[in-house]
Structures are given as C-alpha cells and as structure tokens.
Ligand binder design. Structure first.
Ligand code: 5RP
Length: 295
C-alpha cells in the first residue's frame, strides 16, 4: 500500500499502555453527552467494557444470505443471547418483535447490490426514523481506498453529524471491497480515519499480524467483524485474540448464524469475550451445548 508518511523513524504504538478515558468506562467516550454515553452503555457491557453484537444485515446488499433466509425462525431465537443486534430497518420492522429490550445498531447505508460497485453507497435512513425505532447506534460502511471513497466518508461524516444532534453514536464499518488488501497497515489507516472523522466506534476485521497496533492507534473502541464462516475453533480463537489485543468485543454474523449450532456458538463467543475463556474451553462448551440441544 502506498504511504505518504515516509519518516524513517519507527512508529510507536505503545500497545501495552491503555488509553486513559476520564470518567467513563469506554475508550475515547469520556467527553460525550449523557445520551450518547447511555446508549453506548446499552451496547457495551459496563462491567467488562465489551460487547457481543449479532450482525444480520447482510441482506441489504446480498439478499437472503445462507442462515438468514428466515430471520423469524433462524435469528429471533438467538436475540436473547446477544448484547446488541445490527440489522436493517426493514428486518427490524417486519420480523423483530418490538418487545425485545436489546439495543439496536441500525444499518443506515445502502444502494448497490453485489451485482454492482459496492462502494457506491448513499445514506439510506433518516435520523428521524432511527429515533422512531429507538436505536442505540447508527452504522454504515466506509470504503477507504474504494472507488467511491470520498462519498462513503462523507456519508459517514453526515451520519455522525445527525447522530450528534440527538445523542446517537455512529459505528463505522471498514469495508473491504473485492480487490482491497486486508493487511495491518490498511486497517490502521481505515480505523484511524473513521475515528478522526467522528465515528464513536469502529468495526473492523482481525489480522493476525500486529492487530494490537490497529486497536492502539484508534482512539475509540474497535469491535471485530467475523467475516467468512470458519471452523468453530478458528472463529473462537480469532475472537479471543482480538479481545486480548485490545478489541472491545465482536460484531459477528456468519460465524454464528451459519454454525451448525448457532445458539451454542453464541454462548461460547460470549464466554470468550466477556470472561476471557480460552478458545479450546469455549469449543468444549460449544460441543456440550450443541449435544444438549440435539437431545
Ligand atoms: C457488511 C457488514 C456486516 O454486518 C458484517 O460485517 C457481516 O458480518 P460477518 O462478516 O461476521 O458475517 O458490516 O460488511
């Protein structure tokens, strides 16, 4: 990746020194307004400072994704386990019971389908509608390096401005288009740009090399995206490594709802994220819960 910052001096991330946030449990959120802090406290558990979000918004650009064909049957039973739900307003209103008390992270961007250039997105929800749905946060993709990079960044700054007016935090998702490199340099760049331009938290992918420099150089919390379906142990290991290396939790989709036992997987991920359970133990828990469910 080309780099404008060509200083010969080695960068120092001080990954072992946590960033101080006076008066609040969440990184970078100390100076936010009460409403915003309160919404963030619904998403992130104030006891652990972490979250396990369930992402089910894939249909907004790729239609009925495997595992999401019937959200009423496949996903609604998972809701009690999640700390927060990331989804579109269409699914929220048509399928999700309004009696749930879980915080909603509302997908607010859209436009192109998988048949077109994905970075060509627009904002797709009015802030008034987000308020009407009582959301805890609003979210969109940011395509750093993508064909419509500037548009997607401006979408984000507009969403942040709208959210600021009403105390609703914005989660920026660092999108990786088909041809984009997924290395640590890229994620450091993308996450930092999102935070600098106002996102209150950022969702990004895990990279095995130096992920702690991605979290250390981003002044707001990072939640790890799950990505493609992996074997359960690999997915649990990735979640474990991400939180040990500074992520404030996960926002996982396919690795949960495409698992053979989504409820068991959800509970195993929760143990990893909130209780630092080791991946092998979490896999054991997953297998036990999976067997129980079959009986
Ligand atoms: C789309 C998204 C999705 O919500 C999310 O990242 C997909 O989740 P997963 O990769 O875990 O299936 O933000 O880019």
């Amino acid at each position: 990746m080309p780099e404008a910052d060509v200083s010969k001096k080695e960068k120092q991330y001080y990954a072992d020194v946590p960033q101080k946030t006076e008066g609040f449990f969440l990184k970078g959120a100390g100076n936010l307004d009460w409403g915003m802090k309160n919404r963030l406290s619904h998403i992130f558990n104030p006891r652990t400072g972490r979250t396990v979000m369930l992402a089910i918004d894939h249909g907004y650009f790729q239609g009925p994704t495997t595992g999401l064909e019937r959200i009423d049957l496949n996903i609604v039973p998972l809701i009690p386990y999640a700390d927060a739900l990331m989804l579109t307003r269409g699914i929220l209103r048509s399928v999700v019971p309004p009696s749930i008390t879980k915080p909603i992270v509302m997908r607010c961007s859209g436009g192109p389908s998988i048949l077109k250039e994905l970075s060509n997105e627009e904002l797709a929800v009015d802030i008034e509608d987000a308020i009407r749905m009582n959301v805890a946060a609003i979210t969109l993709q940011v395509f750093i390096g993508g064909e419509y990079e500037t548009r997607s960044i401006h979408n984000m700054t507009k969403l942040v401005d709208m959210g600021m007016r009403y105390g609703i935090p914005t989660m920026a998702v660092t999108a990786v288009g088909k041809d984009m490199v997924r290395d640590v340099k890229y994620f450091r760049l993308a996450c930092r740009i999102c935070a600098e331009l106002g996102a209150q938290f950022v969702k990004t992918y895990y990279v095995p090399e130096d992920f702690d420099t991605v979290t250390a150089s981003c002044p707001v919390p990072i939640v790890m995206a799950g990505g493609k379906k992996l074997p359960e142990l690999d997915a649990l290991t990735m979640a474990y490594n991400a939180v040990q290396e500074g992520a404030a939790g996960v926002d996982m989709g396919r690795n949960i709802f495409q698992s053979d036992a989504p409820q068991a997987m959800m509970q195993a991920v929760i143990k990893v994220v909130h209780e630092n359970m080791r991946p092998k133990d979490a896999l054991g828990l997953y297998e036990t819960l999976k067997k129980k469910k079959k009986k």
